[in-house]
Design a protein around this ligand. Structure first.
Ligand code: NAP
Length: 496
């Protein structure tokens, strides 16, 4: 059970403590933030509402701890990360249970998220030892002069305090994808977990605590982003922000100054289906890509752009599969579970109503009970409908029928987002042309968009983000290059 056994010290009464300076603490605010179970719509957990003073102390202790950590041998940092990964995987059941209760993640997917996170931490430890253990050696050339009198040594040094802010949909995985590269690189971490998902994140942080990282190196401050977010992101002692979420990231990028940012933001991932595509493969990918975790994935298929000649056949195949999706509580491991909050469900409903008014074809009846929305395929969607452009983050998928591949690319590229896209065709030449033309950070050929494997580069263009994740890219992003130049006297001899 959450907050019991190994995790007993992280809770005080019925409120989960925050973690700072190596200890689990109660906030002096005397206030808590409620976490509403999306299935019951009732308060399930409570976390401390940290004050600015407490956030400040967490950053201060992170700043102090980082100085010594930067001098800790790489193998020792890696050893602690491996230990944390093992503890995390050992405790996958209670952490997964939190994900089920806080964000209505289907039970099996919740376990997968924790195990995948442990693997990511271990891989990061291994990769860090190699990437960071290597430097460069350069010899001077003619800029200006041509004597070999200068020798340059480069190495990667940490940035300092990294602020990690993950979103609700992967509060463990998208937290460790920031924590592990930061720590292996010699940085310290201040984590601000999403409100929905905060308890799972606190359990994950306890696994790092049990692994024995130095006091102050990792902190986890809880509270609403709208209340402590600005204080954190504009704090002068934060040296890097790694953020995943929605438009909040754009606002943060405008407020922060002179520090590296890693921003993974929203998407409207398009799936272009050409006439020669294997339609069974497409249908399977669209249903999995569009509806798993009820469409609440950054890389969910968010619009299908289908050549008119194959649209009838494909829509039928998709509908046959949609009919088989199970709908219900996450505890029963249903395919479609309640979306995270009532306001998310209301927003999805707005998009559905707009599509209805503008004449979309409803392949299923629209059905909602509380936060639970039944899967819905909308056919014959037009560019004037909001669902064609906006990110529903729910189990509603629009199909736009296109006359040419150019029309599909035009629609895809007119989006303010540019996360991923995909194309289905048996012709690799056409696939490569589409990939070249799509203005997205990644294009998948004959598969739905997906994040991962976690060591692949992952990035969004336009409003979908800044910088690139993926283990090696994150390590590079969370370090800077330091050079030392050895200057020799100008030789007084000439070679004959
Ligand atoms: P969100 O509302 O932007 O929140 C993300 C995080 O920001 C949460 O931890 C939130 O805390 C915090 N926050 C809120 N206001 C803040 C402020 N003023 N300053 C600092 N932090 C603040 O996003 P979400 O609803 O959790 O996640 C869904 C979005 O994330 C979707 O748009 C999805 O596409 C995107 N996403 C992108 C990727 C990617 O890799 N590109 C991956 C997953 C999700 P509170 O919860 O306390 O408000």
């Amino acid at each position: 059970m959450a907050g019991s056994g190994t995790f007993a010290e992280i809770i005080d009464g019925d409120v989960f403590n925050y973690y700072s300076n190596g200890q689990w603490n109660k906030s002096s605010s005397g206030k808590f933030v409620p976490i509403i179970n999306p299935t019951s719509n009732k308060i399930h957990f409570k976390v401390q509402a940290c004050t600015q003073e407490e956030v400040n102390k967490a950053i201060e202790s992170a700043k102090t701890a980082q100085k010594l950590w930067a001098k800790t041998p790489l193998w020792k940092r890696a050893e602690l990360l491996h230990k944390a990964a093992a503890i995390l995987k050992e405790h996958k059941a209670p952490i997964a249970e939190c994900l089920v209760k806080e964000i209505a993640k289907p039970a099996k997917d919740a376990v997968t998220e924790v195990v995948r996170s442990g693997d990511l931490v271990s891989y990061c430890a291994e990769e860090g030892v190699r990437v960071l253990g290597e430097g460069k050696f350069l010899v001077s050339d003619s800029f200006p002069g041509n004597e070999r009198t200068k020798y340059c040594l480069t190495s990667k040094i940490p940035l300092g305090v990294v602020l990690a802010i993950p979103p609700f949909n992967y509060p463990v995985n998208l937290a460790v994808s920031k924590i592990a590269p930061a720590l292996i690189s010699g940085n310290s971490i201040v984590l601000k977990p999403p409100t929905q998902g905060a308890v799972a994140a606190l359990h994950m942080v306890h696994c790092f605590h049990l692994a024995g990282f130095p006091k102050g190196l990792i902190s986890c401050v809880t509270g609403k982003g709208s209340e402590i977010g600005d204080f954190l992101t504009m704090h002068p002692d934060v040296n890097c922000i790694s953020f995943t979420g929605g438009d909040t990231g754009i606002a943060i990028s405008k407020k922060s100054a002179m520090i590296p940012l890693q921003m993974e933001l929203g998407g409207k991932d398009a799936c272009i289906v050409l006439e020669d595509a294997d339609l069974d493969l497409v249908a399977a990918n669209i249903v999995k890509g569009g509806f798993s975790y009820s469409g609440q994935r950054c890389t969910a298929v968010k619009v299908a752009l289908v050549m008119k000649s194959v649209a009838d056949t494909l829509v039928k195949k998709i509908n046959d599969k949609v009919a088989k999706l199970t709908v219900g509580p996450p505890e029963d491991d249903c395919d479609i579970t309640p979306v995270v909050t009532e306001s998310s469900a209301n927003f999805i409903e707005e998009l559905v109503k707009d599509a209805k008014e503008k004449g979309a074809t409803f392949c299923q009846e629209y059905k909602r009970k509380g936060n639970l929305i039944w899967p819905l395929l909308l056919d014959n969607v037009g560019a004037n409908m909001r669902i064609a452009r906006e990110e529903p983050f729910g189990p509603v998928l629009p199909v736009i029928r296109i006359n040419s591949v150019e029309e599909g690319i035009l629609h895809c590229n007119s989006s303010n987002f540019g996360l991923q896209g995909c194309v289905f065709t048996k012709d690799i030449n056409k696939a490569m042309l589409v990939s070249d033309a799509m203005e997205t950070g990644t294009v998948q050929i004959n598969s739905a968009p997906a994040r991962g494997p976690d060591h692949f580069p992952f990035q969004g263009l336009k409003d979908s983000g800044i910088g690139s994740q993926g283990i090696t890219n994150s390590i590079n992003m969370m370090t800077k290059v330091k050079t030392t130049i050895i200057n020799l006297p100008t030789p007084s001899y000439t070679m004959g």
